[in-house]
Design a binder for this molecule. Structure first.
Ligand code: GLU
Length: 312
């Protein structure tokens, strides 16, 4: 049943939730998809808590996510990794890029950028104001402290074949622009941290939501500059509510409940096009996972999600 083209002798996958709130049905789908893909390849499945951005974090959310995964019968391999404890690794990767003169400090405000930018695939393309050094009547010490760090985007095209979404190619300079690696408030950017962690944890396969599809060429660009390998990617359809909005904290998605876990797991499997047989929710967790791993077929995952009234 498993797509053998993506089968590797050693598979290491991961689930990387941001602890900005409890898991909702959309994040459950990602957890289930990444777990089944790893287990059906006899691979490892790691959990990484992406707590990079303290103001967005909800106290206790990381612990609640782990407790819920255990309740769902989803056992991870090894220690859970927390991004908040890995700043030294991100700093080292930044130094490596700095050494290659691939980064520069930027003091432009969002408004300045919005006022003078073309819009690219992921928002405004930075117009390059600070590329050749911070200009004007600035106080260097103070401004360096409140500056962001950007990568110099070059003209290369970064292309890949997603296992579900197919071929995608971005010209980093003209489609994306010089993107941020370290924010002016001191927070490391997701794009940098995820690349460092996937490489450092030897992740071979990434299964995550299609909202991150457009981030992948940026991540591959950083992998190329840092000399890291590129994992195989599969971007799952996104779960939306009746209004067509992605389930999230901002759209008030309901948390996955700790009761009736089997019916929620069956709904996730159904969303992923796996055609669970009637009665699967009446069995136990062990039998559920056994069926789901044995029958996991990535070719049956629909390209785009259908709105679901379930758990929204
Ligand atoms: N932390 C991200 C999220 O919760 C996922 C990042 C990834 O899988 O690369 O949306």
């Amino acid at each position: 049943m498993v797509d053998t083209s993506s089968k590797s002798s050693h598979y290491r996958g991961r689930f990387a939730p941001s602890p900005t709130g409890p898991l909702h049905f959309g994040s459950l789908v990602t957890a289930v998809g990444s777990y089944l893909d790893a287990r059906s390849h006899h691979g490892e499945w790691l959990v990484r808590i992406e707590d990079l951005d303290p103001p967005r974090e909800v106290p206790g959310a990381a612990r609640d996510i782990l407790v819920l995964l255990e309740k769902l019968g989803m056992a991870w391999d090894g220690e859970v990794i927390y991004q908040s404890r890995r700043h030294d690794l991100y700093r080292a990767a930044l130094s490596e890029l700095e050494k290659q003169q691939l980064t520069y400090a930027c003091v432009c405000s969002r408004k300045e950028i919005a006022d003078s930018s073309l819009v690219g695939i992921s928002g405004p393309i930075y117009p390059g104001t600070c590329r050749e050094g911070i200009k004007g009547s600035l106080q260097p010490d103070k401004d360096i402290k409140r500056s962001a760090l950007r990568i110099r985007a070059d003209q290369r095209a970064v292309a890949f074949n997603d296992r579900l979404q197919g071929f995608l190619s971005h010209h980093i300079a003209s489609d994306i622009g010089d993107f941020i690696l370290h924010r002016s408030d001191g927070v490391f950017a997701y794009q940098l941290a995820v690349v460092v962690d996937d490489a450092q944890q030897n992740i071979t396969h990434v299964v995550r939501g299609a909202d991150l599809l457009d981030s992948t060429p940026r991540q591959m660009y950083l992998q190329q500059l840092l000399g890291y390998p590129t994992p195989v990617y599969l971007h799952l359809p996104i779960v939306t509510n009746e209004k067509g909005e992605k389930l999230s904290k901002q759209t008030f998605a309901a948390p996955v409940a700790q009761i009736n876990v089997l019916s929620q797991l069956v709904a996730a499997l159904d969303f992923l096009g796996q055609n669970p047989p009637k009665g699967l929710q009446d069995c136990n967790l062990e039998a559920f996972w056994q069926w789901a791993i044995q029958h996991w077929n990535p070719d049956s995952i629909p390209l785009s999600g259908v709105s679901t009234g379930f758990m929204t």
